[in-house]
Design a binder for this molecule. Structure first.
Ligand SMILES: [Zn+2]
Length: 253
């Protein structure tokens, strides 16, 4: 077997040959130094720089223990850069990155021209409602073609007895046209509490009088298709402090 050749590195300058020490000297003096440090990131954006990984880790851990709003978006990235970043102390970084958790106070929903501040509507209205009729829900509260639907439609045969979902004072009973309830046909409006009224629309007949007290479960009207209606159904509408709210948060849910 032939002997393998031996390779060595060297810098050549015309006919001058240099030794290994000179090569090392040349490389280090002409090379570029890199700085190694750590960035704490928030949603992948570098926010602060620290000299050691353990410091960066400390920043993230402190923010998590303080339950900072960005806790789950934080990360640590190792950096190699030709220039040093501006380093900060752990405490300063924590202060800079800490975000207080903001509790969403309210969700606004557009209902026609009205705005419902859902957070202003309690989940407990102080009354427990019963279903005024049993039947098929044909249209829900909320967005509908061209406009918003302020109530819940429940289809049932004409003449089906409508029971008061909660007791209270009948503040209107009769044909709503010209009485602030046009389109509802024959309608019964019951005030259940200071804040809550319930409308029963499109009735074929009404079985109570304006001003009368009705008990929960009492038959107050019969299902029909009066007013603007395309078939026999009960339009069940709840108004809380004057604004239509979603009945299915309280009944038929
Ligand atoms: Zn309706």
């Amino acid at each position: 077997m032939k002997e393998l050749p031996i390779y060595t590195s060297c810098l050549l300058k015309r006919n001058v040959q240099t030794n290994d020490d000179e090569i090392f000297e040349k490389v280090t003096s002409s090379g570029t130094p890199y700085y190694k440090f750590y960035a704490v990131t928030d949603e992948n954006n570098e926010k602060v720089y620290l000299q050691s990984f353990s410091d960066a880790e400390e920043v993230v851990n402190q923010l998590k223990s303080k339950n900072s709003a960005n806790s789950n978006d934080l990360g640590i990235v190792e950096k190699y850069e030709v220039s040093k970043a501006e380093f900060k102390e752990v405490d300063a970084c924590v202060n800079e990155l800490y975000e207080k958790k903001v509790v969403v106070q309210s969700v606004y929903r557009n209902i026609g021209k009205q705005i419902v501040n859902e957070a202003s509507v309690p989940t407990n209205l102080g009354v427990t409602l019963i279903r005024p009729i049993s039947g098929t829900i044909t249209s829900r509260y909320g967005l509908r073609w061209r406009d918003n639907h302020k109530g819940l439609d429940i289809a049932a045969p004409k003449g089906t007895a409508i029971k008061a979902a909660c007791g209270g004072t009948v503040i209107f009973s009769g044909n709503g046209a010209g009485h602030g309830y046009s389109g509802y046909g024959n309608v019964v409006v019951v005030r259940c509490t200071d804040s809550l009224i319930i409308l029963y629309g499109h009735c074929s007949e009404v079985n109570c009088r304006t001003g009368e007290q009705v008990a929960q479960g009492q038959i107050i009207a019969k299902v029909g298709s009066t007013g603007i209606s395309s078939g026999n159904h009960l339009h069940f509408e709840m108004r809380y402090n004057g604004t239509a709210i979603n009945p299915q948060n309280y009944v038929y849910n």
